[in-house]
Design a protein around this ligand. Structure first.
Ligand code: MRU
Length: 377
């Protein structure tokens, strides 16, 4: 998508690879919306740390980062000893896999890279196959999001008010986004609509990232407190909900997504509001049989007990965003602890449809349509 920073507009992708430096280039998402900065990770351990520390986040974006990280690790190997190379690649794979547990895209992306590498007979051949496969995963992520936009735009009509949760926009993918793809496609078709971004405590991805993206793309929007959605639904002020997913079970249609998604799905059902989930094919887990078995990331309690933001004089921030100082503010009672599950699982009966690159399906149809959706025995 195009990014405008200090009056200069340029196209930008969330994740890219610098072959000359063997580095993964990422947008430093922790600084947004206050500062736009590109960083480069110089080895696979730094790439895994960037995923773990949420410099890059969102299912498709960490999928592409892990794929490039695997290629980066493979390319850093010197020598011709294939068994030694394989052991090294296994270490790289496990390090990247452990960075964040809930999203399945990194595992699917790296499995694709490893499968492609098997066609190589030498270390050198496998190294170049790894990089080509990582690049293909990134390109496919963009194509899938564009197709999601084509299918999902039909759900958006003039005058609609749409709720989204967390950030399943282009920052969460390589480009375009999943939940935002139908919005950008509808905007390109000239449709007028309004988006409510759930703030999405505790990390506030809706307030910081989705709102920044929509502002950049000039989509009409407002941030709402997470607790406001029920009230707006009751008053007829929300017509449609579109969210993303970090792992969708192909066998059951259960959807893991950012904490609070399940609550919104229950509310939408109660008010008869269509609730859609937008996913590329890399988000489907064909193995797990029960949503209960999805590993739910438990994050540090400090995220719940306080918040990151910038401390600034509002007037000086307008003149010079760099004068804003990033700081953590403790909000909660100093002697209390917190529980911080990062994701929840929404059952299929609360989901109207799953918007995929090959069409919109009922959650239970994922399994019956598995061949079209990329399932391989
Ligand atoms: O913890 P995050 O910011 O990496 O959360 C993941 C997500 O971006 C969301 O759960 C999103 O809705 C689905 S991923 C496109």
């Amino acid at each position: 998508m195009n990014v405008t920073v200090r009056g200069r507009t340029q196209p930008c992708r969330t994740v890219a690879f610098d072959r000359a430096r063997n580095a993964v280039r990422l947008i430093e998402q922790r600084l947004l919306p206050h500062e736009f900065k590109i960083v480069a990770t110089r080895n696979f351990r730094e790439t895994a740390a960037a995923i773990h520390d949420m410099i890059v986040r969102g299912a498709g974006a960490i999928g592409a980062t892990a794929a490039y990280g695997l290629a980066q690790g493979a390319l850093a190997f010197h020598g011709r000893d294939l068994p030694k190379f394989r052991r090294h690649v296994e270490t790289v794979y496990q390090t990247l896999k452990a960075a964040r547990p809930t999203a399945v895209d990194p595992v699917n992306a790296m499995n694709g890279v490893r499968a492609a590498m098997r066609a190589g007979r030498t270390v050198e051949e496998q190294q170049s196959l790894a990089l080509a496969a990582a690049g293909e995963f990134a390109s496919e992520d963009v194509r899938h999001c564009e197709e999601i936009g084509r299918h999902g735009a039909k759900l958006i009509h003039n005058g609609m008010k749409i709720l989204t949760h967390c950030n399943a926009g282009w920052l969460a993918f390589v480009d375009v986004g999943s939940a935002t793809a139908p919005m950008y496609a509808a905007q390109a078709q000239g449709k007028k609509f309004h988006v409510f971004c759930d703030e999405t405590r505790p990390r506030s991805q809706g307030a910081t990232l989705t709102a920044w993206e929509l502002a950049q793309q000039k989509v009409s929007h407002q941030i709402i407190a997470d607790n406001a959605a029920g009230h707006l639904m009751q008053r007829g002020e929300i017509d449609l909900v579109i969210v993303g997913s970090d792992r969708t079970l192909g066998r059951t249609g259960e959807v893991a997504n950012k904490i609070g998604t399940y609550t919104k799905a229950v509310l939408a059902k109660r008010h008869g509001i269509p609730f859609y989930v937008a996913i590329p094919l890399s988000t489907i887990d064909w193995k797990l049989k029960r949503g209960f078995d999805i590993p739910i990331e438990e994050r540090h309690e400090s995220e719940v007990l306080g918040a990151w933001g910038t401390i600034t004089n509002p007037k000086s921030e307008i003149r010079n965003p760099k004068s804003a100082q990033r700081a953590y503010v403790r909000v909660a009672n100093p002697t209390s602890g917190a529980r911080n599950p990062g994701f929840d699982v929404t059952p299929p009966d609360l989901i109207t449809g799953i918007i995929t690159p090959v069409g919109i399906f009922k959650p239970k149809e994922l399994w019956t349509q598995r061949r079209r959706l990329g399932f391989a025995d």
